[in-house]
Every structure is written in structure tokens, then in C-alpha cells.
Write a protein that binds this ligand. Sequence first.
Ligand SMILES: Nc1ncnc2c1ncn2[C@@H]1O[C@H](COP(=O)(O)OP(=O)(O)OP(=O)(O)O)[C@@H](O)[C@H]1O
Length: 256
Amino acid sequence: MTLELQDVRKRFGGVVASDGVTFRVGDGEIFGLIGPNGAGKTTAVNLITAYMRPDSGQIRFEDTEITRLKPRQLAARGVSRTFQSLRLFEGVTVADNVLIGRHRWFEGHVLLPFLGGKFEKSQRAAALKWVDFVGLGDVAAEPVDSLPYGLRRKVEIARALALEPRLLLLDEPTAGMTRTESDEVAGLIRRIREHGITVLLIDHNISLVNQVCDRVAVLDFGKVIAEDEPKAIWQNQLVRRAYLGDDEETMTGADS
Ligand SMILES: Nc1ncnc2c1ncn2[C@@H]1O[C@H](COP(=O)(O)OP(=O)(O)OP(=O)(O)O)[C@@H](O)[C@H]1O
């Protein structure tokens, strides 16, 4: 197993955001983590990536316990993520935004890759490889704020990839995208897996989840209520009720 959560709990005052969350993600899998608003998906990502500490429970990555590590230590182990809301440096080029994703090689010297020389050259080449990979080679020298929203989201994915992860957590990568853009992201996620990177995907986009995920876990009120292949998960009555409500129109979308 690449990633394993065992009985992970996190409470915010009276809200139990993770209520004994347990699931396992296999090496090279594309694993979906879905559920209604407020189900605890982002909390799970924050706990895995050390942006928050669980109250109790264990998180293991490649057979090592990572529950108490710092984000920097996790990055060094090859765990990378994107955020639900974009966190790009405005006014900075696409290439430089992606270059910043290689921070694990800067050893605390944020300006190191901008000082010229061999180090900058090699880091820049590595960053540009990922800019090309997500299909943004033509706009590498453009400031990110000149790009349409869908392309800005891809810059964030390229920046997370620039860390050369073995596990990539994508928190709503298609939020705010058109259907065409989100289909492109589906292809991109498959190509990321072909690179040997395991993917944990959170998205409300049912069509994307159905298209790319090998397995899916459904969260509701901080608990995993079902885990299965995407096609089977929508037949689960608990899932239909909790995640989709009784809205037949939405269910039709899930069945397609
Ligand atoms: N830092 C925080 N402080 C207080 N409550 C929080 C915090 N983070 C999350 N919560 C609460 O924990 C619950 C789970 O939130 P979380 O953002 O993990 O859900 P989600 O499934 O990602 O939702 P969405 O799909 O809307 O992004 C919610 O009730 C939320 O209000």
C-alpha cells in the first residue's frame, strides 16, 4: 500500500470533521475521495499533507508513519498537493510559479533558483518539463494572471508535479472549469499515473470521478460510508442518499 489512514479523527469544536476515517490507496492507483459539502474531504487532505494534525489515528505512507511529520518532511518523501482555491503568485510567469514547486531542493533559500548559474539552469529545465507536460509550454513566459482560469488551474497542477511526487493529492482540480477543460484534466490525471505517481482525487465532478478513478471512498459527516469501484459505488443506497440526496436528475448523471 502507498497510503493508509487508520481510524483518523479530527474535531473542530462541536464539528467532527474526521470520525475514524480508514482507507488504503494502492501503489499506482487513482483513488477518489468524494462526498457532499462539508463531509470532511479537504480535512482528510490537510491531515495527510500535515497542514493539520489529527487528534488521533495513524497515517502511513510507503510503510512509514507520517502522522506527526512537518509539510517540509512530507515534501521530501514525495507527497505533493494542490489546493481547492488557487494559490499562485500573481504577476509571476507560469515557469517561475512552477519553479517554486521545486522548493524541496532549495534548502530554505527561496531565491536560490533565481540567482543564475548551473543550479538555476537545472531547476528551470526540470520545472519546464512539467510546464510542457500539462500543455502550457507555449505560455511558459506569460504572467499567470494573463491566463484564463482553466489554464491557471493547470499551472497549480504543474507546480505540484514539479516536486517530483510519488503521491499527488488533487483537491477539486476541475472546480470552475468548462466540460472540455475538465475532460482534458481527466487525460492529464491518467498521464500522471502513467508516470508512476499515485493520485488521490477529490472532486464534485461525478463524470471525472467515473472516468478516471480505479476506486472511490465516500465520506459523509466525517465517516467513510462506502468504498468501491466508481460504477458500483453509485448503486449503493447509502451513497445515493447521503451524497446525491433523492435528486433523481443528479442520480441519472451518476449512472451515466
Ligand atoms: N479549520 C476549521 N475550523 C473549523 N471547522 C472546520 C475547519 N475546517 C473544516 N471545518 C469543518 O469541518 C467540516 C468538514 O469540512 P471539509 O472542508 O473538510 O469538508 P469538505 O468535504 O472538503 O467540503 P467541501 O466539499 O464543501 O469542500 C465542515 O463542517 C467544516 O465547516
